[in-house]
Write a protein that binds this ligand. Structure first.
Ligand SMILES: [Mg+2]
Length: 392
């Protein structure tokens, strides 16, 4: 098999770095981008100055403020970050068409076919890093390796402003002393199970008898053994497969009543469906995100038989996930989110074998509502049984 060259590019403290770039007075200050503590917000990005205090993203802003009282809180400006992101991805795509976006500030690149033109992967990586710094004033951490797993691992090793190349012959040595949690698919539960078998580092996993690993990790065991040896054959998937469109809301007070949670979900599903339609997508997968009062966050997803951008379908699916897939037992929630992924553009797909009458009708209503809302504003035009929701 031909040796591939994969890059993983990941911007450093992306939102916070942009805010510091836009306002030089914020430089070297403990900057937190996220919701304000008084409104029960969550940290979306933390500058490296504030991370020293133990602040990290996804932590509650309240807790972050306790750790670093002098922190400066800034509300996210997603439009601004998206504009920076666009410029970064434009640079990446100059070096290969094989770019897989993971998020607004992170991507895999397969530059195997670009080496003749731009030099070896390390050189392409260095060039991209330099251009992002010179043209945008931001730093990226980049990992270069022969597959996605190693490239992502590499970009993380010397973050921020990191640049690490893992040549295939050094992969096993690089991996040996890292904790097994670094392997994709090894979450806390599996990690605990492995620890019970004396497996803490990746090197331990390699000497664990196959049957014992299978007993713990089941069908994952083969892939785990491959990853532990630095083998990962997953291709870089171009385009929007990993893109998702979502909306979430943090309540000013926790909500436990199902009826009220449904109303919140309807509003979120409406927003997501509308954005899907606006961008010309239908989604295969709908995901529900719920956060309990103690900050435990769970996600539940379902793949729907026919990809959809219908408000009705998204609402029904989200409600269904909340009711049947969440072991809530009446516990109150502080946050709900709905997101759509596995996005396809209807025109690109196969011709529809089973055109769906109900969906066609739903979509006609959706389009009519979109047009009216664009013209008269969302406040005035609303489905009869929905109530208006404030965006968090
Ligand atoms: Mg990042």
């Amino acid at each position: 098999m031909k040796t591939r060259t994969i890059l993983h590019v990941d911007m450093d403290a992306f939102y916070a770095s942009i805010e510091m770039l836009e306002d030089p007075a914020l430089r070297d200050k403990p900057v937190i981008v996220g919701g304000i503590p008084e409104k029960r917000g969550v940290v979306a990005a933390a500058s490296y100055e504030v991370r020293k205090y133990g602040v990290h993203s996804a932590m509650s802003s309240y807790q972050a403020k306790k750790l670093c009282p002098q922190a400066i809180f800034i509300s996210p400006r997603m439009g601004l970050y998206a504009r920076y992101s666009k410029r970064i991805f434009a640079i990446l795509r100059e070096y290969t068409p094989l770019v897989e976006p993971i998020s607004i500030d992170e991507a895999f690149l397969d530059v195997t076919g670009s080496r003749n033109l731009f030099g070896p992967g390390s050189q392409i990586g260095r060039t991209i890093k330099r251009r992002i710094r010179e043209e945008l004033g931001l730093t990226a951490s980049i990992g270069v390796a022969t597959n996605k797993f190693l490239a992502k691992l590499a970009s993380d090793l010397e973050k921020p402003d990191g640049f690490v190349v893992i040549p295939p012959e050094t992969a096993t040595a690089r991996l040996a002393d890292l904790p097994v949690g670094k392997l994709w698919g090894v979450g806390q539960v599996l990690q605990r199970e492995l620890a019970r078998q004396g497996v803490h580092k990746i090197r331990d996993l390699l000497v664990l008898p196959v049957e014992r690993l299978e007993a713990i990790a089941g069908s994952h065991s083969r892939r785990l053994r491959e990853l532990a040896r630095g083998i990962d054959t997953r291709p870089v998937v171009v385009g929007e497969a990993s893109k998702s469109i979502g909306a979430e809301t943090t309540f000013t007070k926790d909500i436990s009543e199902t009826r009220r949670l449904f109303a919140e979900l309807d509003a979120l599903a409406t927003r997501v469906a509308k954005r899907l339609r606006k961008e010309g997508y239908r989604a295969h997968t709908i995901q529900l995100k719920a956060r309990y009062a103690d900050f435990t966050t769970v996600t539940r997803a379902v793949t729907i038989p026919v990809p959809s951008a219908s408000t009705q379908t998204l609402m029904r699916t989200a409600r269904d996930l909340l009711q049947t897939r969440l072991d809530r037992h009446g516990r109150p929630l502080r946050l709900l989110g709905v997101s759509a992924s596995g996005l396809v553009r209807p025109a690109e797909g196969e011709p529809e074998l089973f055109p769906d009458r109900q969906r066609e009708q739903d979509e006609r209503v959706d389009h009519l509502l979109d047009a009216l809302q664009d013209k008269y504003g969302a406040q005035k035009i609303w489905r009869g049984y929905q109530r208006r929701e404030e965006d968090a």
